[in-house]
Every structure is written in C-alpha cells, then in structure tokens.
Ligand binder design. Sequence first.
Ligand SMILES: NC(=O)c1ccc[n+]([C@@H]2O[C@H](COP(=O)([O-])OP(=O)(O)OC[C@H]3O[C@@H](n4cnc5c(N)ncnc54)[C@H](O)[C@@H]3O)[C@@H](O)[C@H]2O)c1
Length: 368
Amino acid sequence: MIAILPLPPNYVRCTCRWAVEVPSVSRMEHEQVRIHTGRRSGLPVIIAVHSTTLGQAIGGCRLKAFPHWKDALDDALRLSAAMTDKAALAGLPHGGGKTVIASDGPLSGERRRAALLDVGDAVEGLGGVYGTGPDSGTSPADMNVIAERTRHVFCRPPENGGSGDSSPATAVGALAAIRAVAADLGRELDGLRCTLLGAGAVGTPLARLLTEAGATLSITDVDDRKKALADELGAGWLTPEEAPWAETDVLVPAALGGLLGPDTVGRLRCAAVAGPANNQLTDASVADLLHERGILFAPDVIVSAGGILHGFGVEIHHETPAQIDARLAGIGDTLATVLARARHAGTTPLRVAADLARERRLAPVPAG
Ligand SMILES: NC(=O)c1ccc[n+]([C@@H]2O[C@H](COP(=O)([O-])OP(=O)(O)OC[C@H]3O[C@@H](n4cnc5c(N)ncnc54)[C@H](O)[C@@H]3O)[C@@H](O)[C@H]2O)c1
C-alpha cells in the first residue's frame, strides 16, 4: 500500500520500480501524477490529475500495451490535460484526469482483475479528487471490478447502478459536431461524403447515424470483419492504408489518436476533419498546418464529449434523457461557435477552443 502525502503542486509522485526520470517537471501543468507498480498485477498504473479547478477530475482508465512505461506516462499526461478542456467545453463542473495501465500484452482472467483492483486502490487513495470510467481497452464490466475498491468509478453496467456504455452517446455528440462542420462548409449531412476511420464501439453507431442522415459513407478498420457493417449500410469499404488519404468531404477519425502529424497533413484530401478519436494531432502545431492547407479541424475535445455528458449527466447530475439529449445537441452549438470565432479571427478552431476552455475554467460553471 502506498501512502498519499501532501505534495507541492509541481511534483510527480513516482513509486514504480522502473522509475528513473519523469518529463519536464519544471513545466508541469498537472496538479498531481501518481505512478506505481500494481501490488497485485506488477504492472505500472499511472493516474494523472490535471485539474480540479471546476470540480472533481474525471477521465477514463486506458488499458494498453506500451513499449515502455514512460510512453504510458506521456499518454496519461496528454489525455488528462485534454480531459480538462473537454469537461470545460462541455459545460461540466469537472476537471480532467486519466488512468493508464501500461500492460505488457492483452490482459485477461486473474491478471486483468488484478490490474483493475490495483487501479481501484489507486483511485481510492486519491480521496475522491478523481473519478475513473471506461476508456480504450476497458469496459463497463471492468468498472465493476474497480468498484470493489472505490466508489469513485463511473459507467458501470446499468444493472449495477451505472450509466453503462457511453459509446452511443459519444456517437450522437459526434454526429452533432459533423453536422456543425457541414454547416460551416455550407453543406448538409445529406450527400456529404464522410470517411470513417475505425468502426468500433463509437464508430459503429456513428456509421449508422451518418447513413440515416443521408451521408455518403466510406468505412475502414484494421479488423476486416467490420466490412460486414459497410455491406449492411451500403457504405464503401477502404483499406486502412488508403482511407486516411482518400478524397472525401469530412474525414472522421474514430480509432486511436495521433493520426495527424507534420508528415501526414500534406497527404490529406478532405475539406474537414471531425471525429471522436481522442488526441488526433501529434501536437498542437499540427492545427496550424491544417489551417494553412485550408482544412477545417474540429477539435476532438469538443467532438468527443458525448460520452462524459451522458455518463456524468446520468450518474452525478441526475439529468433526464431530454436534458442529456439537449447537452449532446449542444456539442454542435459549441463547435459552431468555435468555428465562427476562428473564421472571424483568422485563427485555428483549436486555439479558439483552448481559449474558450480557459475562459470557462476562470469563470466556473455552477454545480448541478
Ligand atoms: N467510447 C467512448 O465513449 C469514447 C468517448 C470519447 C472518445 N473516445 C475515443 O474514440 C476512439 C474510438 O473509441 P472506441 O471506444 O470506439 O474504441 P474501439 O476500440 O471500440 O474502436 C476502435 C476501432 O478502430 C479500429 N482501428 C484501430 N486502429 C485502426 C487503424 N489504424 N485504422 C482503422 N481502424 C483502426 C479498431 O479495430 C476498432 O474497431 C478512441 O480514440 C477513444 O479514445 C471514445
């Protein structure tokens, strides 16, 4: 068991047995970062709490294999910072955090359970300043295991009192965002060419919604079995190698992040990028490259907020389905405002979104 001691704000708590150094402590923006070797699993468990200015930090638990635990730390730092902006832009009284379990391969059975219990202990040890939920590699059922050790866990299955899978709501929010992007391009969803990268938990319902709205859809996934979805919807099917560079109106990233970097932006043949994948840009300067190429980039911190709006709306704020629907539709309104401000100021939507998030953090939204 690891004691939680009061720490100065710019301190990286590191008790894992691989610890040798941590990145740029002098420029650290996070309130606290906890790294430790799971007592049961032996795996590095990292929790980054970026901000609690607006309220409890929230952010899912990612379970993924990394070449080195420090890559997992980088992921936790970036994702938790993005969560702060995501919560602020979604109008939620929360800050951003993230858990990353750096696994050494697929985890199942007792080892998976051990890692999740380790996360539960770590979350509980933070005393409620941070609450976790599902993310890439974890599910609502996994949250039941974490809940054996802490009550600061969200999106458990509905039969266990949680709000369940947030992916359908994420898809609804992403659709609202793509509609706002279409409007900014002077178009409607009907007839809009969309290329969906990744037909997983979010991509699959989003593909259905886009098809229902009349979009002309192409789909790709590294998993060939997803071609059945394309066939069912009458959508095109592209290989993962060709899809990001195919000519389209809106590229819709719905797999893992990091797709857009200095070496890839030049290859894009789309008018806009708008999808729910987290952290699509390798770094913020890529937004400038997209802007220079005349490609409209919808910040993923806005597009992907449907899941948290649903999960926290249901479990913490006890909102009705109608209130949550209104919040999901509001993703489109927020994005439309950001795109209009960016156009007016001749700057990138990412910069406007960051400014808006900062404004909201300085003027906290009322709880409830
Ligand atoms: N699930 C949510 O509610 C939620 C909320 C906010 C953000 N997100 C983000 O949305 C993205 C998708 O989440 P998800 O829950 O659907 O994940 P998922 O794992 O269910 O689906 C991802 C899909 O992408 C495919 N894929 C992986 N690499 C690919 C590649 N290079 N090219 C094409 N396809 C590829 C996978 O085979 C899988 O089908 C992630 O970035 C996640 O962080 C999800």
